[in-house]
Design a protein around this ligand. Structure first.
Ligand SMILES: Nc1ncnc2c1ncn2[C@@H]1O[C@H](COP(=O)(O)OP(=O)(O)O)[C@@H](O)[C@H]1O
Ligand SMILES: [Mg+2]
Length: 235
């Protein structure tokens, strides 16, 4: 059976769509088969050419059921469902059918307060900081806000996805011929992290040693991003 990941949260603009595509592209780059599932009726389907993953259109209730049923029959696939946002009922439905649930949030206090409510509403979900500042001062302030406001849920907060302007290339209808290296690295980093959470083994043939990746920048003492087991749904 495929693993199903959904990316939800009761707020628009947190980076759900971007994260879904980064994750799928990263999974593809790591040799893992992935499908990115569109549920947002206000978005148009993208062109698959050049992507390391397949695209599924599930903008109607029926098509979502079909896509999920199909995914369930596929061995060794990961389906990533991009939730639309601001649709609590839909979020609940996606939460119930997913093996792993991600709640992206930005550094604003409004986002942090919203994700706190969502963490409480969805006890199996993980929060993932997105568009995270790379400037050290801003980064430190953002990490501090998270530690202060989300400290009670620290074992459910994943490593951040940094702000990276080239991420918008993934949301273009047509992918450019070549993706910038920092973007490919960021996609792999987020995919590696989620494979760890899902406890799926993988071999990274493209291990990048150029120091582009900044996974380990958070002080584990202040906000341990390493995961504890036991929060996944068991079938
Ligand atoms: N990691 C990132 N770095 C920079 N910009 C980002 C990142 N993730 C998302 N964005 C930008 O934030 C905006 C909202 O992202 P989007 O993925 O559409 O959010 P949502 O699907 O939650 O509404 C877009 O302009 C997108 O390009
Ligand atoms: Mg979206």
């Amino acid at each position: 059976m495929a693993e199903i990941i959904c990316v939800i949260g009761n707020k628009g603009g947190t980076g759900k769509t971007t994260l879904s595509h980064m994750l799928c592209q990263g999974l593809g780059l790591l040799g893992q088969r992935a499908a990115c599932v569109l549920t947002d009726t206000s978005r148009e389907p993208l062109v698959p050419a050049g992507r390391r993953y397949v695209l599924a259109d599930a903008r109607t209730r029926d098509s979502l059921t079909k896509v999920v049923d199909k995914l369930r029959t596929l061995e060794n696939w990961i389906g990533v469902i991009d939730g639309g946002g601001n649709r609590t009922e839909m979020d609940r439905k996606l939460y119930a059918l997913s093996d792993l649930v991600l709640l992206p949030f930005r550094e604003s206090h409004e986002d942090i307060r919203t994700v706190l409510r969502d963490l409480e509403m969805f006890p199996r979900a993980y929060a993932i900081p997105t568009q995270w500042p790379t400037n050290p001062w801003q980064r430190e302030a953002a990490d501090r806000s998270v530690a202060r406001l989300l400290g009670a849920h620290r074992d459910r907060i994943l490593r951040p996805v940094n702000a990276l302007s080239s991420t918008k290339l993934l949301l273009q209808k047509q992918l450019p011929e070549q993706l910038p290296t920092p973007l490919a690295n960021a996609c792999r980093a987020v995919a590696r992290q989620l494979l760890e959470v899902l406890e799926i083994d993988f071999i990274d043939h493209n291990e990048d040693t150029s120091g582009e990746e900044q996974d380990e920048r958070l002080s584990p003492a202040e906000m341990p991003m390493r995961l504890v087991g036991g929060a996944r749904r068991s079938h």
